[in-house]
Design a protein around this ligand. Sequence first.
Ligand SMILES: *Cc1c(COP(=O)(O)O)cnc(C)c1O
Length: 396
Amino acid sequence: MTGEPFDVELARKETPGCASVIHLNNAGSSLMPQPVLDAVIDHLRLESRIGGYEAAAEAADDVSGVYASAARLLGCTPQELAVLDSATRAWDLAFYSIPFQQGDRILTSEAEYASNFIAYLQVAQRYGVQVEVVPNDESGQLSVARLRELMDDRVRLVSLTHVPTNGGLVNPAVEVGRVAREAGVLYLLDACQSAGQMPLDVDVLGCDLLSLTGRKYLRGPRGTGLLYVRADRLDELSPPMLDLHAATWVSRDGYEVRPGARRFESWECNYAAKIGLGAAIDYALGWGLASIRDRVYHLADGLRVRLGGIPGVEVRDVGSERCGITSFTAEGLSGEEIKAFMARRGINVSVSRVASTRWDMENRGLDEVVRASVHYYNTIEEIDLFCRTLAEALAS
Ligand SMILES: *Cc1c(COP(=O)(O)O)cnc(C)c1O
């Protein structure tokens, strides 16, 4: 704990959406704070006034600032970062640039996100790669002991979802990094749900590749994502596509790939969104990621305790460390019914289904869970109201 009181009032004052909704869908997409909104809209206005290329030139410092800010967020250098339009694209570009060979093994987790697993299956079919899911330990997090047992010299990649899309689990990413490092094996971390919610340092995590999204806990605009590629791993990866931004056409039959991770970017991008991502990262750094984590975990713990006290409701979060994503099921009501009931009262929650985290959901015998994900701008009063509303829905 950082011990400092969190200025919730300020956080809410700077979040226009707090006036209109109780937003418990932060794992889907958070409410943007005013400075992020302003950064995006100001740039769009500038584009409309002076032209898109001219606006990009005028905002060059803000654009390069995105890399500097993200480097501070992740403890890396700006050259190790690429800005993309989603976490999935960032993750894909890293994953599909690995030169897999027949017989290679990929070790991954039960909590894996559907898009990642679909990509594993595609390369498994394409190259004869073996995909193996490391079982969880009794707490429900990836078993580091089992991972260690499964390591051998055929393992080409350890690929882990840090925080899954469907619950509060925080996988032991640092311990996994230690195992991958000892073996010298490439380690790809999907930090989509952890970024913006807790401190992340790529050297502490020991990851070689990391992907994240802008719109979730970072509170950035939609259509933004980031890829981190460790500098000394860059040359063993071959980007699946290159354009005139990722490489230079130096002779009729020659091109040179751009130095650094920006070889994974493409030339065109949404500059307003990119600048907004930078503003969101700066905003998160302003609060401090440890303070954010403490506040978010505190609220989620409170939510779980209250949910546990409602008859018929079962909290479904697993793992020894639990973050801001709270998941539950309720007897007699489907996820969609709960979501709709809440929506009528101005409360946003979402439903997570088996097809987005199939291994985990099937292993736990779950079809769906309701996901109520808190952010630091939520309050205990909102959580109380949400729980009262849920009890009401169950009684109706
Ligand atoms: C949301 C999510 C993604 C995908 O992020 P996008 O920005 O939508 O591409 C990937 N992994 C996990 C664990 C997620 O929750």
